[in-house]
Design a protein around this ligand. Structure first.
Ligand code: HMG
Ligand code: MG
Length: 285
């Protein structure tokens, strides 16, 4: 039996959040419903951030209300603060994610807080989620490079990842936000993080800006990482990370994992259909 590697689908959130023209809520719902049939265990569908900062995600509550929830799938949402958490609870998100950065420049640009301030802000969110039995995932952005501060020290990534683990995150997703990482630097970063966070609680979140995301996934597999975030159709980027275009495409990760002898449990034909839908949304926006 081939070993299982999970792809965490982030397309409806990370893939779409950077689109300038507003995508119709019904189209977002149709994309999630299509993805729900593909075999994912977790799909990030919403982001309860400030609508002034990311207007594209302003209809997150309506998206969560409109989808056909399939049992066994966790529908996830980003929550930057208590206000976002309250909106996520109201919308019945199955799990939430708090998102920090390993670099000060991106932290300030993305969430208007220093790293230390952001961790203080996340503490009550994580505590409230735990009190309500809602799983919390953590993100660390800029794990190799920051668009404002340059190269990131692996020890800074390890420090922030450990802080998120200590807040109660069940998994820490390590983001190469601007897709500049090389396999060597991803390896050095992962080694530092694995010293303080069990590898079974790590995920790779690699943007494909430089076309190296699949190589970075292979390197991560060698070190024991078994969860990777990806966005169907390779859409994506972060409005506060110039040059961050393109999450690694779900269909490309799926193909590479299968070629390497892993199983993903995904239906390639449905993913291909969802990728077409996602690309059409960009074309139409
Ligand atoms: P701020 O302006 O410092 O916040 O933003 P504030 O607390 O001063 O509030 C300002 C206004 O926003 C107030 O409204 C608040 O009520 C409202 P006003 O009184 O002016 O009318 N507000 C909210 N409204 C709705 N929902 C909320 C919320 N919070 C405040 N949750 C804040 C601070 C964190 C809110 C802002 O900076 C923000 O929303 N940032 C999010 C940016 C973002 O979404 N970036 C993309 C996601 S991260 C990413 O893509 C990276 C990742 O993929 C991993 C990787 O690739 O590395 C995860
Ligand atoms: Mg991202």
């Amino acid at each position: 039996m081939p070993e299982f590697v999970e792809i965490f689908e982030v397309g409806p959130r990370d893939g779409l959040q950077n689109e300038k023209a507003q995508i119709a809520t019904e189209d977002k719902i149709a994309l999630v419903d299509c993805l729900s049939a593909a075999g994912f265990k977790r799909i990030e569908v919403a982001s309860f951030v400030s609508p002034k900062w990311v207007p594209q995600m302003a209809d997150s509550g309506a998206v969560l209300a409109g989808i056909n929830r399939k049992s066994g799938i966790s529908y996830a949402a980003l929550t930057p603060n208590m206000k976002g958490f309250e909106r996520a609870v109201e919308a019945k998100a199955d799990e939430i994610a708090i998102f920090a950065s390993a670099s000060e420049g991106f932290s300030k640009a993305n969430i208007n807080a220093s790293i230390a301030e952001s961790l203080e802000r996340f503490a009550p969110v994580a505590a409230a989620a735990q009190a309500q039995g809602i799983p919390v995932r953590g993100y660390v952005s800029c794990v190799t490079d920051c668009p404002y501060d340059g190269k990131t020290d692996p020890l800074d990534v390890a420090r922030v990842a450990k802080a998120l683990l200590d807040l109660g995150c069940y998994e820490i997703s390590l983001g190469d936000t601007i897709g500049q990482g090389t396999p060597e630097r991803i390896q050095a970063m992962l080694k530092a993080v694995i010293d303080v966070v069990p590898v079974t609680q790590l995920a790779g979140h690699y943007h494909d800006t430089s076309g190296r995301a699949l190589d970075n996934i292979e390197t991560s597999l060698e070190l024991g990482v078994r969860v990777f975030d990806a966005a169907v159709g390779g859409l994506g980027g972060c409005p506060y990370a110039p040059g961050a275009a393109g999450n690694v495409a779900t269909e490309a990760v799926d193909q590479r994992l299968i070629a390497l002898g892993y199983q993903t449990g995904l239906d390639a034909a449905i993913i291909s259909k969802a990728a077409d839908m996602a690309r059409a949304m960009r074309a139409g926006s």
